[in-house]
Design a protein around this ligand. Structure first.
Ligand SMILES: *Cc1c(COP(=O)(O)O)cnc(C)c1O
Length: 362
């Protein structure tokens, strides 16, 4: 397979520095986009070609384009962090690249080579480096690589052409007012993914499937939905866009990957970070009944959710049909806070990067 090099066609009119600075002062999440994007095409018989870095702009699509009807779409999410010396680094982009390949495979889409995925992210971050917020806070530049089927036609089959794009958006601190626990609605009837389905692929369809349950969580006064397994409605899987961890004193436990759980890079990193800090870390099945019983007995001391966007979010109150309980005293637990600091320390270049996770862009 050929690896296209990315042709640089930068904007003649990037946003003036003063306007960019005004956005960076309060970026929020996913509201503002940088000056550029990277696009790479794939065509049957030709493979990957025409890699370009171009000004950020709308993409014209024929109304009969595959993705608009049959949803061949996958995406990724990773962040670039400003380091203490002013340089910029991304966190484990190879992991996102590999997951992007697994998602592509599941949706019958072509697999972008790992090095091309990383090259595309690097090209965009280098070009829009001034959009990476300063070191010192919890801000970062969020990268959103994605791919869509672009064949025109209503026949149901894998598209014979695809468009891969990377865009970037400055992200503010997830918890501007300090880390605050989220409340969780454990849905007994809605499911996110089924065995043999596409729960382990990062695809827009899984998010579309989660929106109604999310609205139901809000109607129950909760911030997030926790999904149980689709067969027994018993085993805890994950939130709509974050994995879960249970803290039993010195041991942290995350649900075993059963095929319907998305394999988070943060989840994986925390298994290692926790062991580095002297905790035990393991994967196991946890039922919703056990969650409640172990909280009530005091054995389960903390619960947190994790993902690239928020890094680590403590779970406070849990509600499910007719019952409700609260982890600890409703404030972030000690282990949760320690793991959060440890991972943020690596990402922000404050702690030694023992595992070679940071991808430095200079
Ligand atoms: C992206 C995602 C996560 C978190 O993965 P990270 O790689 O840690 O950001 C968890 N669950 C779902 C459903 C996701 O889409």
């Amino acid at each position: 397979m050929t690896t296209p090099t990315i042709e640089l066609k930068p904007s003649a009119r990037p946003l003036p520095a003063a306007e960019r600075e005004a956005i960076l002062a309060d970026p929020g999440f996913g509201r503002h986009f940088t000056d550029h994007m990277v696009t790479i095409k794939w065509t049957e018989g030709r493979g990957w070609h025409d890699g370009q870095l171009v000004p950020y702009a709308p993409i014209p699509l024929d109304p009969a384009t595959n993705v608009l009807h049959y949803a061949q779409e996958i995406f990724e999410g990773l962040k670039a962090y400003r380091q203490p010396d002013g340089s910029v680094a991304t966190f484990r982009p190879d992991q996102n690249a590999r997951r992007f390949q697994r998602s592509a495979k599941r949706l019958a889409m072509p697999e972008l080579p790992v090095e091309t995925f990383i090259e595309a992210c690097d090209a965009l971050v280098r070009q829009d480096k001034d959009w990476v917020p300063p070191h010192g806070g919890e801000q970062s530049l969020y990268l959103r690589p994605f791919m869509i089927g672009t064949e025109v036609g209503l026949g149901v089959k894998p598209s014979n052409e695809y468009l891969f794009i990377v865009i970037a958006s400055p992200a503010g601190a997830y918890f501007p007012g300090g880390v605050k626990p989220v409340s969780i609605w454990a849905s007994q009837d809605r499911v996110r993914a089924v065995p043999g389905g596409m729960g382990d692929a990062k695809t827009g369809g899984n998010y579309a499937a989660s929106l109604l349950a999310q609205a139901e969580a809000a109607a129950h006064g909760c911030d997030q939905v926790c999904y149980l397994d689709a067969v027994e409605h018993k085993w805890v899987e994950e939130l709509g866009g974050m994995n879960l961890y249970f803290v039993y004193g010195n041991k942290i436990v995350t649900p075993t990957l059963t095929g319907s759980i998305l394999e988070g890079v943060t989840r994986d990193s925390l298994l290692t970070v926790a062991r580095d800090l002297g905790y035990e870390a393991e994967e196991a099945r946890v039922s919703i009944d056990q969650w409640r019983a172990d909280t009530e007995s005091g054995a389960l001391t903390e619960v947190f959710a994790c993902g690239t966007a928020a890094v680590i979010t403590p779970v406070g109150t849990v509600k499910t049909d007719g019952v409700e309980w609260t982890q600890g005293d409703g404030t972030p637990g000690e282990v949760t806070v320690r793991l959060r600091e440890a991972l943020l320390g690596i990402q922000r270049g404050l702690t030694e990067d023992k595992h070679g996770w940071m991808h430095k862009l200079g």
